[in-house]
Design a protein around this ligand. Sequence first.
Ligand SMILES: NC(=O)c1ccc[n+]([C@@H]2O[C@H](COP(=O)([O-])OP(=O)(O)OC[C@H]3O[C@@H](n4cnc5c(N)ncnc54)[C@H](O)[C@@H]3O)[C@@H](O)[C@H]2O)c1
Length: 248
Amino acid sequence: MNLKDRWAVVTGAASGIGSAVADKLAGAGANVIVADLQVDKGRARAAAIEAGGGRALFVEVDLTRPESIAAFADTVLTRVGAVDVIVNGAGWGRTAPFWDGTPEFWQQLIALNLMGPLHLTKALLPPMIERGGGRIVNIASDAGRVGSLGETVYAAAKGGLIAFTKSLARETARYGIGVNCVCPGPTDTPLMAAVPDKVKDALIKAIPLRRLGKPEEVADAVLFFAGDTASYCTGQVLSVSGGLTMVG
Ligand SMILES: NC(=O)c1ccc[n+]([C@@H]2O[C@H](COP(=O)([O-])OP(=O)(O)OC[C@H]3O[C@@H](n4cnc5c(N)ncnc54)[C@H](O)[C@@H]3O)[C@@H](O)[C@H]2O)c1
């Protein structure tokens, strides 16, 4: 895979899966813009990539605030003109019965997991269209494909992100832009660390490969969609879930 001289924005790149994606893209030669709310961890990730011989810079963004996304896009586009790859990786959820959730909590989930990618993609897309090429990879969740107990609104937001992927793929194909989606299953990241051990053990028992995924394993799928390897793929959804979900 050769992404030399391509600019890639990776949201959520300060931690977990996004961090592994940033590393993989940089390893393939891309210049990576580490986009995250966590300034110290984001800067450290960019510095680590640079220390390893790659190219990266950190730009702060709060994906739940459209004005922060606009400022982020302005900084990025002023600096690089157009980006070649967008990875919408940031996301968050918390398990609780649907009927205990407040509308404010729903708003938080939808703002980050659905509206954030919409705003960011809209902000970065016009120069991509003008240039006539690019790749967008959305990190959704198997919750959005098959549902997830106690993650009902998170699943609704991720299901929306999957549907967004497919329709945007149809809209942008004529401009040479591929839009695809990776759905992680249970993956060993700081987000998963918040899940009680009892629930984690039950999940592992249900996974045919009998273990959690590693962030790097999800990142490999993102790397595939981000490069020319996926030149004839658009609007596709790939689960990386140890076989937990097998969707026809
Ligand atoms: N870990 C799993 O088991 C799992 C399963 C399915 C889907 N996912 C999805 O994979 C993606 C990555 O998850 P992860 O497990 O690596 O989580 P993580 O918590 O390790 O990383 C998420 C990153 O998103 C950033 N972020 C959160 N809110 C933000 C905001 N408002 N603006 C900008 N950045 C923000 C965080 O600072 C963090 O760096 C998410 O979209 C998540 O929904 C994860």
